[in-house]
Design a protein around this ligand. Sequence first.
Ligand SMILES: *[C@@H]1O[C@H](CO)[C@@H](O)[C@H](O)[C@H]1NC(C)=O
Ligand SMILES: *[C@@H]1O[C@H](CO)[C@@H](O)[C@H](O)[C@H]1NC(C)=O
Ligand SMILES: *[C@@H]1O[C@H](CO)[C@@H](O)[C@H](O)[C@H]1NC(C)=O
Length: 334
Amino acid sequence: MTMVFVAPSLVFAIAIASAFVAFPTDAGGGTWQLVQKNIGIVAMHMQLMHNDRVVIFDRTDFGHSNLTLPNGRCRRNPYEKSVKVDCTAHSVEYDVASNTIRALFVQTDVWCSSGSVAPDGRLIQTGGYNDGERTLRIFNPCSTCDWQEFGPGLAARRWYASNHILPDGRQIIIGGKGQFNYEFNPKAKTGADKTTFRLPFLWQTNDPAGVMNNLYPFVFLNVDGNLFIFSNNRSILFDYHNNTVVKTYPEIPGGDPRCYPSTGSAVLLPLNLQASSIQAEVLVCGGAPRGSFQQTIKGNFLGALNTCGRIKITDLNPQWLMGLPGGKLGETQR
Ligand SMILES: *[C@@H]1O[C@H](CO)[C@@H](O)[C@H](O)[C@H]1NC(C)=O
Ligand SMILES: *[C@@H]1O[C@H](CO)[C@@H](O)[C@H](O)[C@H]1NC(C)=O
Ligand SMILES: *[C@@H]1O[C@H](CO)[C@@H](O)[C@H](O)[C@H]1NC(C)=O
C-alpha cells in the first residue's frame, strides 16, 4: 500500500483558511487567495482545533520535509532506508488569524493514522505505520504545545482505522488494515475493555486479495446511542456496549465500494433538535467502481463514482435515496 490519502474525518483544505482572510467582494461567489506558498510539509492529515488553529501532519517515512525542526531536534527513523536521522518537521500548526506556521515534532509515523477531537479540545490521534502503528498521540492546543506520544497505547496495530468520540468522552477506534475489531481509549483500569472486541462486519466487507474497501469505515453516533458503521457497500447499526448488530441496512444501490481505498466520503446531516422525535440521516458521496484499483495496475483509470446516497438511519424501514450531487437528492435517478 503506497497510496497517500487523507482521513475522512480530517478533510479540510488549507485553502479554506483563505475564507478568514479579507478577500475582494465578488458577486460571482468569491475568489481563491493563496495565503501560504509553501508550508514546508505535505498536508496529508489536517484537523481544525477549538482555538481556530489547524494541526497539519504527514507521514515520517518519505524523506525530508522542507521545514527544519527548531532547537536541533531530530527523529531517528529505524525503518527508513535512506533517511536514518531526520531533523525536519512533519507536522505544523497553522494559525489562521495570523497566517503563520509553527513547526511541530511528531515522533512516530502518522501515515494513515486516525483521530478525533475530545470534548476538552485535545486532538487524540492513534495508529499509523511502522513505529506509529500502536502509538497514542495527544495534541493539546496552546501556543507552545507540541505532540505528546505514548506507545504502545493501542491494543492492536491500526492503519486506516476510524475514530469516534462517545457520549462518555471516550473514543472508539474501529478497524484498520487486517483488524476486524475495535477498542476504546482510554481503557478501563480494570475489567473487560483492556483489549479488542471482534467486529465480523469488517471481515464480511473486506474484499479479498488485498483489495480491502473496508478501511476508514464511515462511523456516526446515532441519536439512539448506537453507532452507524458503513464499510465498503454496506452498513449496520451497532451497539458497542453489548457488541451486537442492532440493524442491518440495505446495501447501497449499485453496490460499488465507497470506503478506502475507493475513498468516497460521508457526513451525518444536521439534526433537527426541535423535532418531537429526532431523526438522523447520513449522506454518502463518491467512491470508485468495483475493481478500479486493480484496473489502474493495467493502466486503466476509471472515473470516480458521481452518485450520492442518503439514508434515514433512524427509520424503521430505512431505504437509500440516490442522486447526483447538485441535483435534488432522492428525486433523481439511481
Ligand atoms: C526549502 O525549500 C527552499 C526552496 O527550494 C530551499 O531553499 C530551502 O533550503 C528548503 N529548506 C529545507 C529545510 O529543506
Ligand atoms: C446493553 O448493555 C447495557 C449496559 O451495558 C444494558 O443496560 C442494556 O440492557 C444492554 N442492551 C441489550 C439489548 O442487551
Ligand atoms: C457489495 O460488496 C460485496 C463485497 O463486500 C460484493 O461481493 C458485492 O457483489 C457488492 N454488491 C454489488 C451489488 O456489487
